[in-house]
Ligand binder design. Structure first.
Ligand code: GLN
Length: 245
């Protein structure tokens, strides 16, 4: 009888130790993103790199997780966060009232601006000249949503990613492309004959999307983000990818 009890205790202790080790070693934090959005997320060979990838790597390290990045269409990220397919969405994602209906957002870690890309000889000089023009955007982004509201859905053509929208502009299928300024700069640098207008369209805040069911993770992320701001880590990551003009 005594032997059985001590065996049982040993077994219970073994299970407890195993569980404790398991949970501290194999905690994974999954990040949903759309890796066609330089310099926030893009492929370097078969690795996803960029500002968001590094912010996420740092967050995971500080919170004691292994980071796993899942590449998907931009329009699938919110649903994937909602359904728990990924723990968080980090994709240069703008905080909007509509998105806040479906997910929580962390404190903002960067700012973005929607800008207008045109051909160098274009007669479009500011957002005031866009009436009746055909505007290319990236599907489901704020650029898409704002343009449809301001200029009418019939004047907007949505492409699955920014690079395709810019290709359409080069081929003369649209008169301009409205997209976030950092990717815009990288697309303009990679294509002849394009320029970004000085007049900006809309300024916005980027933040991390987390399920409404996971308040604890949101708190942990905000705490780590605050530390990363205070010790200069976030700024160092931004400076590595964004060179001042
Ligand atoms: N900032 C834009 C948005 O949130 C675009 C983001 C993106 O394309 N990755 O809609």
């Amino acid at each position: 009888m005594k032997k059985t009890v001590s065996l049982l205790i040993a077994a219970v202790m073994a299970v407890m130790m195993f569980t404790a080790c398991g949970s501290s070693q194999s905690k994974t934090l999954t990040m949903g993103t759309n890796a066609a959005f330089p310099p926030y997320e893009f492929y370097d060979g078969d690795k996803i790199v960029g500002i968001d990838a590094e912010i996420a790597e740092e967050l995971a390290k500080r919170l004691g997780y292994e980071l796993e990045i899942v590449d998907m269409e931009f329009g699938s990220i919110i649903t994937s966060v909602q359904t728990g397919k990924v723990d968080m969405g980090i994709a240069g994602m703008t905080v909007t009232e509509d998105r806040l209906q479906n997910v929580n957002f962390s404190d903002s870690y960067a700012g973005g601006v929607q800008v207008i890309i045109v051909k160098e000889d274009s007669d479009i000089a500011s957002p005031d000249d866009l009436d009746g023009k055909l505007i290319g955007v990236q599907e489901n982004t704020t650029g898409h949503i704002y343009c449809a509201e301001d200029y009418g859905e019939e004047n907007v053509i949505a492409y699955t990613n920014g690079a395709t929208a810019v290709q359409a502009l080069v081929q003369g299928k649209v008169d301009c492309v409205i997209i976030d300024s950092q990717p815009a700069q990288s697309f303009v640098a990679g294509n002849e004959g394009l320029k970004i207008l000085d007049t900006e369209y809309v300024a916005e805040d980027y933040a991390i999307a987390v399920s409404k069911e996971n308040e604890d993770l949101l708190k942990e992320i905000n705490k780590a983000l605050a530390e990363m701001t205070a010790d200069g880590t976030t700024q160092a990551i931004l400076d590595k990818y964004i060179t001042a003009e």
